[in-house]
Design a protein around this ligand. Structure first.
Ligand SMILES: [Zn+2]
Length: 621
């Protein structure tokens, strides 16, 4: 999703690199076959679901859990109460609740609420015992599911589409009739940590990998876009069969739309009678842009389609191949929210377009448990968004922001601001359990984005890029966790990085280095550096001299047990490692002291040093 908070206001030795082993962690598998009939007058639908559930775990399961997300859109729900409680917190005069949710759930009438009701849930024809937990349904199985076995669940359900509050719903601010996300009974994930029955209170998802076969019957004038490939395109028309074809005329009152999406962990669809449809093809992928025509924005929606075509080759080069047959940019929802092979976006903003599409990598393929590691999807995606936006701007000749660190200065600014507010919490906080929305937003998005940019500072940008590619190769279509990513990063870089995860992810300790003092001694020039912050880092120190030359002095951190390669053609002088326990370190250099005009710690500004003014010493002789 996109961020919804407002900022007020050569020692490297390639031969030591060893490939990571293929992960052998088991994971569950689902195959959903669903059929729904929508009544556009009452905004209700009935559905049937067959779920073939493969228990690949070594465990016998005597109960299972389902998400029934839409029960959140009822007065008094956990989402409602949580939002109102956050609204009591004032940060710089602003209420901390999500501006889309506020207290709106409490005001919904019975015809406006959302619900997802299970009519029957059977295994082998036997009705199962159900325990209602609001947005989570617990099923107590009459017969446990044995390890390494398959079970068929048969569900019939009824639902009412809520008035659009958050992500899904009807009649959103842009007038889209149906934004259909989180709309069906969805099996919770069971993994090596056990069940993850996370109540729907705000954000973040985690799903089981599998295949979806979905048939939607809806009033015939409605036009649809969804996860997956439309199977009856010839019957439907509307650009799905051939470019520019109209929606086919049919006699029946309702039309069926049949989509199949394979190897995904969720399924979204959206419907509106006034949708327009642009189609593009790039690199074997069909792109759909589906939006409601507003003349003043028409050009921008075409730009979305063109920009997507231009960006994909670069996205694939940097982050790995997009493996699905299609992707749909669908106008809907309330901002930007990612789903497999599709996104719901409010409007044609290119930043949002790049962001949501990049979630196809960081969440839809690299399926982290977002509740536990929101920084691994929102942070990594925000990082990629910055890179792609910069690439696109360059391609289009649009002047780009040259603030340091390039393409990511906004994230650093957000993080520094958070630290000033003293609202920081460790990145390892469960995404629903942050004390404030504000803290969650900056942590997950900005501090997560910095994690990757700063990793470039530690191991070099080029090695960081290789890490991301290896991560993709090893972990796509799986559920990587933070330790898995760090293992790949260490294996590719040959640098020990456990300390980086520990400090940056598990604590709120921060970085502050300073230039302490400068003197000459027996003809040797010396600079003392001081670590003021609690978090240790390797140091790039740039010295500039009167004769116009510059040199980089590189001081690895002892905990790294390695060095990054040189990152530029500038002279680089290696120093012995800085033991993290020492608050100071003395750098010696050969130029006479009187030749020095400036000393600067990390001129690239990729190191998130919270006090920048003590990083530079400028001398006037
Ligand atoms: Zn996002």
């Amino acid at each position: 999703m996109i961020k919804n908070f407002v900022l007020f206001g050569l020692a490297f030795c390639l031969t030591s690199m060893h490939a990571s082993a293929q992960p052998d962690r088991w994971q569950q598998r689902v195959k959903y076959t669903m059929s729904v009939v929508m009544d556009v007058q009452t905004n209700r639908f009935t559905g049937s679901q067959t779920l073939v559930y493969t228990n690949n775990s070594p465990d016998t399961l005597d109960h299972v859990f389902y998400h029934l997300y839409w029960n959140a859109f009822q007065p008094g729900s956990e989402m409602d109460v949580r939002s109102q409680e956050l609204g009591k917190i004032l940060i710089n005069g602003h209420r901390d609740w999500d501006s889309r949710v506020r207290d709106r759930i409490s005001l919904l009438t019975p015809a406006e609420i959302g619900y997802l009701k299970i009519i029957s849930l059977k295994v082998d024809g036997i009705q199962q015992a159900l325990v209602d937990h609001g947005t989570i349904l617990e099923v107590v199985l009459s017969k446990p599911i044995a390890a390494k076995s398959k079970t068929n669940f048969e569900i019939t359900f009824q639902a009412q589409v809520p008035l659009q509050i958050r992500r899904s719903g009807r009649d959103n601010a842009e007038g889209i009739r149906y934004s259909m996300s989180q709309w069906y009974p969805k099996m919770c994930e069971y993994d090596y940590e056990g069940w993850h029955p996370t109540p729907y209170v705000a954000r973040e998802f985690y799903g089981v990998w599998g295949d979806y076969d979905v048939n939607i019957k809806i009033e015939k004038s409605y036009k649809l876009a969804a996860t997956g490939v439309l199977q009856n395109a010839a019957e439907v028309g509307w650009g799905y069969d051939q470019p520019g074809t109209p929606l086919k005329t049919i006699a029946a009152e309702r039309r069926s739309w049949h989509f199949i999406g394979n190897n995904v962990h969720d399924f979204v669809w959206a419907a509106d009678p006034d949708y327009e449809h642009l189609v593009r093809k790039v690199d074997g992928v069909t792109l759909h842009v589906v939006y409601k025509k507003v003349d003043s924005l028409e050009k921008n929606w075409h730009q979305v389609a063109d920009a997507a075509v231009m960006a994909l080759p670069y996205m694939e080069k940097r982050f790995g191949k997009y493996p699905y047959p299609q992707y749909s940019f669908i106008q809907g929802g309330d901002g930007g929210m990612e789903y497999p092979m599709a996104t719901l976006i409010k409007g044609p903003s290119l930043g949002t377009v790049f962001h949501e599409w990049m979630h196809s990598w960081y969440q839809m393929m690299l399926g982290t448990n977002e509740s536990l590691y929101p920084w691994m999807d929102e942070g990594f995606t925000s990082y990629a968004e910055g890179e792609i936006s910069a690439y696109y701007d360059k391609l289009m000749g649009i002047p780009s922001d040259t603030s340091l660190p390039l393409h990511h200065a906004g994230a650093y600014g957000g993080y520094y601001f958070l630290m000033k507010q003293h609202l920081e919490e460790p990145l390892s906080t469960h995404s629903d359990h942050y004390n404030t929305n504000f803290g969650y937003g900056i942590n997950a998005y900005s501090k997560g984005e910095i994690f990757l940019e700063q990793l470039g500072y530690i191991v070099s940008d080029s090695i960081r890029d290789k890490i991301l590619q290896e991560y993709y190769k090893l972990w796509r279509f799986k559920h990587p966790n933070a330790a898995d990513f760090m293992k790949v990063a260490q294996d590719v870089s040959g640098i020990q990085l456990d300390w980086y995860k520990e400090y940056w992810i598990s604590t709120t300790k921060s970085i502050d280095y300073s230039i302490d003092s400068l003197w000459g001694e027996n003809g040797v020039s010396k600079i003392r550096l001081r670590r003021i912050g609690d978090m240790p880092m390797p140091i790039d120190l740039e010295l500039s001299f009167k004769d116009g030359t510059r040199e980089i002095h590189y001081i690895p951190l002892d905990l790294m047990f390695g060095n990054k390669p040189a990152e530029s053609n500038e002279t680089r002088l290696m120093h012995k490692e800085w033991n993290w326990t020492n608050p100071t370190y003395i750098v010696e250099f050969s130029h006479p002291l009187s030749q020095l005009i400036q000393a600067e710690i990390d001129p690239s500004r990729r190191m998130a040093d919270i006090v920048s003014k003590n990083n530079t010493l400028t001398l006037t002789w």
